[in-house]
Design a binder for this molecule. Structure first.
Ligand SMILES: Cc1ncc(COP(=O)(O)O)c(C=O)c1O
Length: 386
């Protein structure tokens, strides 16, 4: 019986590679709070170049990167930011922009493709002549790729249009680019061009790129100088941070090139799952590395039950609320992991989605033999024989 672990919970679960660990061990470091860590400086210079901005700054997380960016653009308490109702900043960041920054969120509906209608954004901009009652709009935030819509990409044309709208009304534009490299690869547009219209942009190093930690904020020199001060205020300035930045430099070198294959594997997974009775994936919407799966009601199984059945077979996924699970592909998921996952979902399906958790693994052990075959490319295919 072959039993392995396939961790599809998120692209944040990757483990540092041997090359990353070696780079970390030999990193040239110094006190970065004093501004002297050479490896951090090298990473920040390289990321500013890739993102086409004057400067960049390494911070511990995507959440802190977004918080710092929003707080700088909305320095005056009571400023308002326009952002998607399913944006990460609005849903998953503890409302930090409000609780810490005194920034008021004005949400606009996120469409299925992660965009917000430009007309609706414009309608949401406050009329400054009524400032006696209204907060003042100062910022628009976009998210690319858009996580909650399944990693869909905002095109350069769309981002440029939102940028023009922001300029017309004297507002700033921030892009939460936690997965901007995925978007860039999927669209075939350089990151710098994709975020040209943005005043600030973030890029997570610890998601698709596979570094152990860290996010970059990029913007103008004066923006980054202010970000550095705010990073210290929030406790995010770190001393010999070059140890982590060294791994991020390896991630840039080795893993950007793997994103296209991650996207292909996500598509393979999506197409395979969509063929399984009782599960549905909008295959066309899988543009990058995230796959959302809907469980049809007639199956009478909750997302938690399905998650537990998969977990019993070594497959980790994320339950995402009523009758939905999420699977995310990253560079440590191979094509054979995808095929194994599809085989296991099929097995659960064949045995019936209603078997108890322990029964499933027991039945697989008793009734099925699992063979793994390697082809000439060392790709593994799993056969479950009953
Ligand atoms: C779109 C997006 N933005 C920001 C973040 C926050 O990143 P972190 O977990 O590093 O705080 C995430 C995390 O998953 C994300 O998906």
């Amino acid at each position: 019986m072959v039993m392995r672990k396939v961790d599809l919970r998120s692209d944040t679960v990757t483990k540092p590679t041997e090359t990353m660990r070696a780079a970390m061990a030999s990193a040239d470091v110094d006190d970065d709070v004093l501004g002297h860590d050479p490896t951090a400086a090298r990473l920040e210079k390289e990321m500013a170049r890739i993102m086409g901005k004057e400067a960049s700054l390494f911070v511990p997380s995507g959440t802190m990167a977004n918080l710092i960016s929003v707080l700088i653009h909305c320095e005056i308490r009571g400023s308002e930011v326009i952002l998607g109702d399913y944006s990460h900043i609005h849903i998953y960041e503890n409302g930090g922009i409000s609780t810490i920054g005194g920034v008021h969120p004005r949400t606009v509906k996120n469409n299925e493709d992660g965009t917000m209608d430009i007309d609706r954004i414009e309608e949401a901009i406050r009329d400054p002549s009524f400032e006696i009652c209204y907060p003042t709009t100062r910022l628009i935030c976009l998210e690319n790729s858009h996580a909650h819509s399944g990693g869909r990409c905002l095109t350069v044309e769309y981002t440029d249009k939102v940028g023009e709208l922001a300029k017309k009304h004297g507002l700033k534009l921030h892009v939460d680019g936690a997965r901007i490299f995925n978007a860039s690869v999927a669209l075939g547009v350089p990151v710098s061009r994709l975020v040209q219209a943005a005043d600030s942009v973030t890029a997570c190093l610890s998601k698709g790129l596979g570094a152990p930690a860290g996010t970059i904020i990029a913007g103008s020199k004066s923006f980054i100088s202010r970000a550095k001060i705010l990073r210290k205020t929030l406790g995010g300035a770190m001393r010999q941070v070059g140890v982590i930045c060294a791994a991020a430099l390896v991630a840039l070198e080795e893993n950007v090139g793997k994103l296209e294959s991650d996207h292909k594997k996500a598509k393979l997974l999506a197409e395979g799952i969509n063929k399984i009775k009782g599960l549905k994936v909008d295959v066309a919407s899988v543009e990058t590395n995230i796959v959302y799966v809907d469980i049809v009601e007639e199956l009478s199984i909750t997302e938690i039950e399905l998650f537990k059945k998969l977990e019993a077979l070594g497959i980790l996924v994320m339950p995402e609320g009523p009758l939905k699970i999420r699977l995310v592909v990253h560079h440590q998921i191979s094509e054979s992991d995808v095929l194994y996952t599809l085989s296991c979902i099929q097995v659960i399906n064949i045995l019936g989605f209603h078997y108890w958790l322990l029964d499933i693994s027991k039945m697989v052990r008793e009734k099925a033999q699992c063979f793994s075959i390697s082809d000439s490319d060392e790709r593994k295919i799993f056969l479950l024989v009953f």
